[in-house]
Design a protein around this ligand. Sequence first.
Ligand code: FAD
Length: 463
Amino acid sequence: MSESFDVIVIGAGPGGYVCAIRAAQLGMKVACVEKRATLGGTCLNIGCIPSKALLQSSENYEEAAHHFADHGIGVGQLTLDLARMQARKGEVVGANVKGVEFLFKKNKVTWLKGAGRITAPGKVEVEGATYETKNIIIATGSDSAPLKGVEVDEKQIVTSTGALELEKVPGHLVVIGGGVIGLELGSVWRRLGAEVTVIEFLDRLVPGMDGEIAKQFERVLSKQGIKFKLKSKVTGATKGKDGVTLAVEPAAGGTAEEIKADVVLLAIGRRPYVEGLGLDAAGVALDERGRVKVDGHFATNVPGIYAIGDVIAGPMLAHKAEEEGVAVAEILAGQHGHVNYAAIPGVVYTWPEVASVGETEETLKEAGTAYKVGKFPFTANGRARAMGTTDGFVKILADKETDRVLGAHILGPDAGTLIAELVMAIEFGASAEDVARICHAHPSLNEAVKEAALAVDGRALHI
Ligand SMILES: Cc1cc2nc3c(=O)[nH]c(=O)nc-3n(C[C@H](O)[C@H](O)[C@H](O)COP(=O)(O)OP(=O)(O)OC[C@H]3O[C@@H](n4cnc5c(N)ncnc54)[C@H](O)[C@@H]3O)c2cc1C
């Protein structure tokens, strides 16, 4: 028998590595098992961070190509060095994953390199060695969901992982799935010169987000040149030397048509990843969607085994995984770790961005909750005008009786940063009136948040 620990975390994504650090801070002897060559999981290696690096680079390119002239700036002959752009992305990822390694050393978290398998409660096998532990935390994340008839090769038909690595701008990129990942990566390649078509089964984009925002978002992206084929399903893909031919049918059934693509990005969602973990043998129960089943304290049905992050229910977001990692470490230390699922923001990092927290009009109607709406457009915000980016609006939903903020949705410049104020409002149980009475710096984009809060009571000042 090898070394023993208080906690072994399996998976070093944002859920697992943050959990390991917090548990170590609380005085536990901690190991984290990771089979990838670097720490940081999907998020740092093939998710949030590389996609944001390419979003930033492609945004800079688009600004230089199309918007600098509005400011009186000429750049002459613009060139694209995609190899350099990809190398920069690699440098950003490299710095982040090394940062986690440093944090492990600083907090004395042992990295057990290799794939972890639970051989029994309290026992984890890694590369032939068995380690004993009082608690096991499953944080093995997720991978891309497959689609029947569409075989991924990560060259012509790619998941997000391949879409982050393309060596050439595709002539025509077809994205299957109008969710966050498809729209972000579709935006990257459109900005760099690809024709982009998004095929979506539903009649709307970004399912789960506020319907009005989704409609407006679709208009803005269409104006930028992305083509949408909604209420459509891809039923097959044939690869040839000069591209891929997709068979596409109306979602409700009907005559199929063919769409040709140079590259196809399959982005229909992600599924929990538990392969090779030995959950069957350990007796850990999964739910109907293959996610590890946990109670309100992240405990599975097997004593001493917990799970967090993408592998359990809830939004598949890095910050949700992190919060759960902190909460479960605190619970193990006898504290009252807790995650407020009503206050988890979701952001689409396109330009403009989309950010959302709490209830939508659709969920409030479904629950029969009476609510008020306050909206404010960025066309009426001085800073947005100065920046030359006035698409979108802020929308706040508040309880009709109590005025408490129940949800907030922003389509607009830096929406992902602006939403933080409204996440805090929900966390603190603030009313729209509370937000409206806060002094906001002028001229700032945040003033649109204040104005939307004023608009809840019909008293916006600048519209
Ligand atoms: C392209 C893309 C963009 C994204 N952008 C964002 C974003 O902007 N914001 C956001 O919040 N979220 C984003 N996400 C989602 C985010 O990456 C995930 O929600 C997050 O990584 C989940 O964290 P996790 O710790 O649960 O799992 P993961 O990050 O998936 O980490 C799990 C780790 O476990 C390891 N592992 C699995 N099984 C074993 C085993 N048996 N033994 C050892 N190791 C194992 C895996 O190698 C992996 O490193 C994005 C995802 C993608 C794909």
